[in-house]
Design a protein around this ligand. Structure first.
Ligand SMILES: *Cc1c(COP(=O)(O)O)cnc(C)c1O
Length: 448
């Protein structure tokens, strides 16, 4: 499988090259040259397959022969080795709980898969030993260290830290805004040590992001340290997110009436992976992009014009994105044919007030606690189902409520019980280096 850039000004690359590069040199996103079709037999007898086997079959056409089968099977089984249950909330709505991984959010899946693929690519387990990563610079087994540089507003950093912890040949540097991530999130970023380095930036998330961007653009720095990114534009983070849509269908009882799926969306990587799964043959009735007030995709579906806006802070802060980078991949899936896109995808905007009311109501009516992101997904789905009486659906519960304790406790009036894994993390010692919000400080840190 080759990947082309959505800007079409860069050369097509292989899966491992796309994984190492992250973004295409022309600033486009890599996209598979065709969409593989899953075996009918897998779909018809999906309940007889293990999650590992399903995941392997879904991903292997995207990887090709570049990572040997035994290595890829191991990567896949380490990626999906925690439960992903479909829990019935009421007679028409179920929750796909994606928060049972090590950092309690769905990003664990993509981060675990990507870190292991990157390690495989670097260690020469990939078919060609010595991937050319940029002109004149070659990574060979054990020789070069890649630095994964990420800015995080919360969930990405933890998932990336955990996914890359102990991976050979990879150093991870995470920038997070001091005082602006939740206590659980901060511990997840700062307590691992080893190859994971946390920089606590005395600024905002936008400052962190600007510093990372400046680092990628700085020639002196990039000539001395090989930098790559681990955000959701990386194909190795994006593609494995298809897995849990298959796991949802495996657990879906009424196979004659496939589910509507509501996806709390920010950068649109997650929902785009779901739509890709549908296009490759997974039966899904319809997708709903459940958004907070950062809803430029709703506007797009009305007007066919994509107009980026400045992000507004909300309760569901992992979705505060004013210019979702993965939306271009959705356009690519439909080859920019608007009517087809519109028949598969709707969008719904949910305000913070509605999010709060939904958390309360779902808890009181159904004894089910959602986090703010899941609540947006629930309400968007409920609204759609009111208009489509013959349908039933699933919303993705993208994070554990304990990651957003302030909001959830204020709304429900009850403390959120800490899972054991979190209790353990909260007792560990935070290790971070505090730096100012200037690129020079990041640069000297990286060059030291
Ligand atoms: C990242 C995140 C989202 C948004 O996912 P995208 O793939 O960026 O659309 C939603 N909910 C939670 C909890 C997240 O961490």
């Amino acid at each position: 499988m080759k990947y082309y850039s959505t800007n079409k000004q860069a050369d097509p690359v292989s899966f491992t090259e796309a994984t190492i590069k992250g973004q295409a040199p022309d600033k486009g996103l890599y996209f598979p040259e065709y969409i593989p079709q899953v075996d009918r037999e897998l779909i018809e007898h999906i309940d007889q397959y293990s999650n590992e086997e399903i995941a392997y079959r879904v991903i292997s056409p995207y990887v090709g022969a570049e990572i040997p089968e035994a290595v890829l099977r191991k990567i896949v089984s380490e990626t999906v080795n925690f439960p992903i249950p479909l829990v019935q909330v009421n007679d028409r709505i179920s929750s796909l709980e994606l928060f049972h991984g090590p950092t309690l959010a769905f990003k664990d899946i993509g981060a675990r898969f990507m870190s292991r693929c990157l390690a495989a690519a670097l260690s020469g387990q990939a078919a060609q030993s010595g991937q050319t990563i940029k002109s004149g610079q070659t990574v060979k087994s054990g020789q070069t260290t890649v630095t994964v540089l990420v800015a995080t507003s919360g969930d990405t950093g933890g998932a990336v830290a955990n996914g890359f912890y102990g991976v050979e040949g990879v150093d991870v540097v995470i920038l997070y805004p001091s005082g602006k991530v939740s206590p659980v999130q901060e511990k997840q970023l700062t307590t691992l040590g080893g190859n994971i380095h946390a920089l606590e930036v005395l600024g905002t998330f936008d400052d962190c992001q600007a510093m990372v961007k400046a680092a990628f653009a700085d020639q002196e720095l990039t000539s001395q340290r090989f930098l790559t990114s681990a955000n959701s534009i990386n194909v190795a983070r994006w593609l494995p997110q298809q897995f849990y849509y298959f796991f949802a269908y495996k657990q879906w009882k009424d196979k004659t009436n496939p589910p509507v799926i509501s996806v709390p969306s920010g950068n649109f990587g997650n929902i785009c992976a779901g739509i890709l799964a549908m296009q490759s043959g997974l039966p899904i009735s319809h997708f709903i992009a459940a958004c907070n007030v950062n809803d430029i995709v709703s506007d797009y579906l009305e007007t066919q014009e994509l107009k980026p806006k400045k992000a507004v802070p909300t309760l569901s802060n992992a979705m505060d994105v004013g210019n979702p980078s993965n939306f271009v991949r959705i356009l690519e899936i439909f080859q920019h044919r608007f009517p087809e896109l519109k028949s598969c995808l709707s969008a719904c905007t949910i305000t913070d007030q509605e999010t709060e009311a939904t958390i309360k109501e779902v808890l009181e009516k159904y004894q089910y606690l959602t986090d703010p992101h899941g609540a947006v997904g629930f309400l968007a789905l409920e609204r759609y189902l009111q208009e489509h009486k013959d349908k039933k659906g699933i919303f993705l519960e993208t994070a554990h409520p304990v990651k957003f304790p302030e909001a959830v406790e204020r709304i429900t009036g009850e403390p959120v019980a800490l899972p054991d894994t979190v209790k353990e993390i909260m007792n560990r010692e935070k290790k971070s280096q505090v730096i100012g919000p200037e690129f020079d400080q990041l640069k000297s840190y990286l060059l030291q």
